[in-house]
Design a protein around this ligand. Sequence first.
Ligand SMILES: *Cc1c(COP(=O)(O)O)cnc(C)c1O
Length: 499
Amino acid sequence: MGGDGVTPDELFLGSDAGNAAYREAMESATETVLESVVDGENPYSGQPPDVLAEQFDDPVIPETGVGLDETIEAVGEHVLAHSVDPSNGRCMAHLQCPPMIPGLAAEALLTAANQSLDSFDQAPAATVLEGRVVDALCDLFDLPSDGDGVFTGGGTESNFQALLLARDRCCSQRFDHDVQADGLPANADSLRVLCSDAAHFTAKQAAHHLGLGENAVVTVATDDEGRIDVTALDATLAELRARDREPFALVGTAGTTDFGSIDPLSALADRAGDHDLWFHVDAAYGGALAVTDHRALLDGIERADSVAVDFHKLFFQPISCGALLLRDGDEFGWMSRNAAYLNPAGHDDAGIPNLVAKSVRTTRRFDALKPYVAFRSLGREGIAALVESTLELADGAATLLDDVDDFERLHEPTLNTLVFRYRPHDGMDDRAVSRLNAAIRHDLLHDGRAVVARTEVDGVTSLKFTLLDPTATLDDVAATLDVLRDRGASVVAERGAVV
Ligand SMILES: *Cc1c(COP(=O)(O)O)cnc(C)c1O
């Protein structure tokens, strides 16, 4: 397909020419993926940002196009070849999963169909199917039959929307104040959200976006295993009450970002009941346990007012794909609105579901198709086996770390993260260890043989594996430890005692 002379027919589906062009373009895209992304020996090429930038000197908006073939080829060479490869066994930094093939196929289907979930007339079957998937998810988490939900772009959006509904319900019920119409009430600065100090930063971000400010989030200490300390929570609640603050939401985390810890959700549900709090469970990461034999770790989630779950993490679906589930679908009412052209008020459209009022978005992707295709094709057991294999790998990796002298492991794995430090000899103090691990991790970006995350534990820079790849093996973990050792040795050699 050349730059000039390409006809509209060849750019859109529908005609013979367009359909043939689609097939050709998708084949070419597929070949490019197979050659450029998954072909590499290493998970990253190791190129720094300035070298990457030099590749894109050509004008982004040329006067005359260069054609699709050449553009796809260049994307393979300049973008995909320098992309981090989550399907490589030594890519183990973040909650960035290898996307499973059923999900990639679903992604191709849903983008071609280009349904928009805001109104039924833009997405008839998709609207109905999203509802079916949401119902199945409510069942999966044992939410009651009037549960409901909506697909979101991920945990950030789900947490935001949950706290928005919680804020508006509280203001209505406690202060008889309509936030949707009148904005924040005069006493808004007394509103408080509670979560642990290991909760995801998006709780604070949401408080900011909701006009409450980050200081409205009160964090409660965690125990040695990274779970919220319930005694400390009780003390915090009592103190807030004594100071006439208005706690309205309690966020429990099922799968913290560093240690993968799961808060005691039943105990939190009790507190939420006692104190009239909206109980939100951020299960963006750990929600996948619901399909496994480890379901009991989530006990209490069925008592949540809302649950955030991500499919683009431990459910192995391509980005982006998350859901917000509500125990009572009527709570969507706090954000309902009517647009004359999407879901007009009145009875003309009785019985026609228009989902626009359930989402903070308008135009919305049919992401629900991805978990649908994955669940249908593999079944619960098939997905469970994948999740379980990553948990087993984390257990194996923990043993591997224990068996060597130069690494120290900082916690027991709950999910599949492992936080640890390189400490080549016992005498090295924490400040030196901190600098050494920071330097290793920095050098690793330019190495590319492994992709590992960094975090801080008690002020000391540490390293982290997030083992989301069901095809990764203990050999991959061992090879990654060798790379870390190798980088560590170079740092020590270059900087010597300065470390
Ligand atoms: C990933 C994550 C988030 C943020 O979700 P996105 O999908 O990145 O928007 C929030 N909370 C937890 C616990 C997470 O793991």
